[in-house]
Design a protein around this ligand. Structure first.
Ligand code: SF4
Length: 401
């Protein structure tokens, strides 16, 4: 895993761009737009979505799509799954989020008894990949075998995630062997280095917009990039599904799950139900919290876990400026995403017209047979394999405040 997570895949992307027989589609994760500017001397928290898209076009991408679209898709599937767990009791509560491969990998190794609690919904990149190589390819008249799907992420662990066995839903759909849903992952830092080597002048880049298909997202998709954001986004949609009404203002600015402490808890009223939720970052905090759940017997409905400090805005592939205080930089990036969310008219994932369109044309409805096949996954107990290799579990954990 370590050799995979360290590898810069920009050379492969450049090669694909140079090949006229390849169509290079880049999808950008929520938090990159709040950090990329730092690599070019801008202040932490500068929101550079338009310049980021322009940069990718300048480097030769054929299409630039927004992984926030798939964050909305993840929320719709994950909120539907939560409601099914609560009503049909088909799987245990609390439901834990599963969009962070660092956390999923940690749970598979060190807490396999937790795996039935992990949401089966794939991460946004895990959903974006198969949707690009099926729905997007069909709509755009592209041969999916020629598409090279590249994820621009804050995350080195995504390089491992796209290579998981089960990340080939498009290959199964098309009956094509060896096709991966996402072909390459490049990080924020790697993109910045590539741009500098290519001599692109960041300062003169004019803002560019995403391509129109799979390029629209809600504010809920935006805040996916910071700690507490997945929880807040999912509750907006769960509220609408459970009550038949849109989330009220208090739920659109859910202060109780915002913040920068490693563990935060809240009670959220939805109709006549009270949901007990928690937001955690850092795997050591997650392990302690899981122990607390088991020992206290306290009932929780939904728990968000992200491995990195502050969530993906603090990911291992983000720009690092040793002159600045890391916590302050991360807080500035978080603030940028919340500002963007509150400035948007479209705040909830299920209201995104592009999400409604992809269900109408392709997935049917949340948790449909097709959605389960393409957008959901399974997890493996890997405790036996790894314990032999790595007897010192504590060395694997990240302790956060
Ligand atoms: Fe990757 Fe960190 Fe985000 Fe997890 S929290 S998805 S490891 S960047």
């Amino acid at each position: 895993v370590d050799s995979i997570t360290e590898r810069d895949e920009c050379p492969q992307v450049r090669q694909a761009i140079a090949d006229p027989d390849r169509v290079v589609v880049v999808s950008t994760s929520p938090s990159v737009r709040a950090s990329l500017g730092e690599a070019f001397g801008m202040e932490p928290g500068a929101f550079v979505e338009g310049k980021m898209v322009a940069l990718l076009r300048a480097l030769g991408a054929d299409y630039v799509l927004d992984t926030n679209f798939a964050a909305d898709l993840t929320i719709v599937e994950e909120a539907s799954e939560l409601i099914r767990r609560m009503t049909e009791k088909d799987r245990p509560l609390p439901q834990f989020t599963s969009c962070c491969p660092g956390w999923v990998h940690f749970a598979e190794i060190y807490a396999p008894e937790l795996l039935p609690h992990l949401s089966t919904a794939k991460s946004p990149i895990g959903m974006q990949g198969p949707t690009v190589k099926t729905y997007f390819a069909q709509k755009m008249g592209l041969d999916p075998r020629k598409i090279v799907h590249v994820a621009l992420t804050p995350c080195t662990a995504k390089k491992f995630e796209i290579r998981r066995e089960e990340m080939h839903a498009a290959a199964d759909y098309h009956g094509v062997e060896g096709m991966r849903d996402t072909d390459q992952v490049i990080t924020t830092r790697e993109l910045a280095r590539w741009a500098k080597e290519a001599g692109v002048d960041w300062n003169t880049l004019e803002d560019s917009a995403y391509d129109s298909l799979m390029g629209t997202a809600s504010g809920a998709g935006v805040i996916f990039g910071n700690t507490g954001g997945v929880m807040e986004a999912a509750l907006r949609t769960a509220y609408a599904y459970l009550t038949g009404q849109e989330a009220p203002a208090a739920l659109l600015e859910l202060e109780s799950v915002r913040g920068y402490e490693g563990v935060r808890e809240a009670q959220v009223e939805i109709g006549d139900q009270t949901l007990q939720v928690a937001v955690v970052f850092g795997t050591a905090n997650a392990r302690t919290f899981w122990k607390h759940i088991q020992e206290s017997g306290k009932e929780y409905h939904f728990v968000e876990v992200m491995a990195c400090p502050g969530g993906c805005i603090g990911g291992g592939g983000q720009p690092k400026d040793l002159l600045r205080d890391g916590d302050e930089t991360r807080k500035s990036r978080i603030a940028a995403l919340y500002r963007r969310d509150s400035s948007m008219a479209l705040r909830s994932s299920h209201e995104n017209p592009e999400i409604q369109a992809v269900y109408e044309a392709f997935y049917g409805k949340p948790l449909s047979e097709m959605a389960e096949k393409m957008l959901h996954t399974t997890y493996q107990d890997q405790s036996g394999l790894i314990q032999a290799d790595r007897p010192n579990q504590k060395g694997e954990e990240k302790t956060m405040k």
